[in-house]
Write a protein that binds this ligand. Sequence first.
Ligand code: ZN
Length: 320
Amino acid sequence: MAGLLLALAPLLLGWGAHLPQSLSTLDDPRIDRDRLLHHLSVLAHDSMEGRRTGSPQNEQARQYLLQTLDELGLPEVNGDREHSFQFTNNRDGQEYTGVNVLGMVQGTGAPDEFLVVTAHYDHLGVVDGEIFNGADDNGSGTAALLELARYFVEHPPEHSILFVFFDAEEMGLQGARAFINDPPVPLDQFLMNINLDMVSRNEADELYAVGTYHYPFLTPLVEEVAEGAALHLLRGHDAPDLPPGDDWTMASDHGPFHERGVPFIYFGVEDHPGYHHPSDTFENITPDFYHRAAETILEFILVADRAGASLRVFRDSGEE
Ligand SMILES: [Zn+2]
């Protein structure tokens, strides 16, 4: 039976690749909506107290990630599931220990080349007695990353994919900085970073794909996904001549990748009234939009995986 399946696999894969995408209807979603929302409801629950780095509740959120990744069978990276690091938080002058969580799916065709898909799981914690739940920021990217990992465990990509849940983003992109300074594989094996931060709350059905200003060779990939997407996938928020705050080039964990020349696309929404506010709760997200955003990001990863070889050519040529 196994032999027969193996013999059929190339045929099935080749045929499947030509099937039209039906993203516009989400008739046949590849990401399970209920599971996605369940993860987010757990991460943004009051009992997580806003997942502040160094707190017991941050540890509790991390345990949820570790347990879920074990359940869905995402392999560890060089025998490790956690990567801890020390840093000083400039805002309070205190020393902290942060812990990134990671896993990897090995590529079937080019296992030594990596897409690095990331989301930070920490948030602000409790401030002046109020819980900052951080549902959109960034329970949403974290929960989506769990289900993206599940998809690729079940449907192995051609290139390897590293999934990294960063800690201490809110204290200055600390998890991403620690990761890029001590990567589990050499940086020149990274094809690109795909970062998710705030992908669940938008009334206008608008999701931004940020980064093509710096890496124009990624524009056709974003446009290809935008054409079939079940939401408005927009480019922008990445040019240096924008008003202060509107250039998101260094706004989240893709920043340290960019500083080291690793191309990135960052997926996120416009700021909303819940941004860094106690009203960033599970009840206030836009569930249908969130599910569509997760499907759209999955489609982008699939497109990037197919384009992997050309990504490498662009990188090696030094073109930006
Ligand atoms: Zn964030």
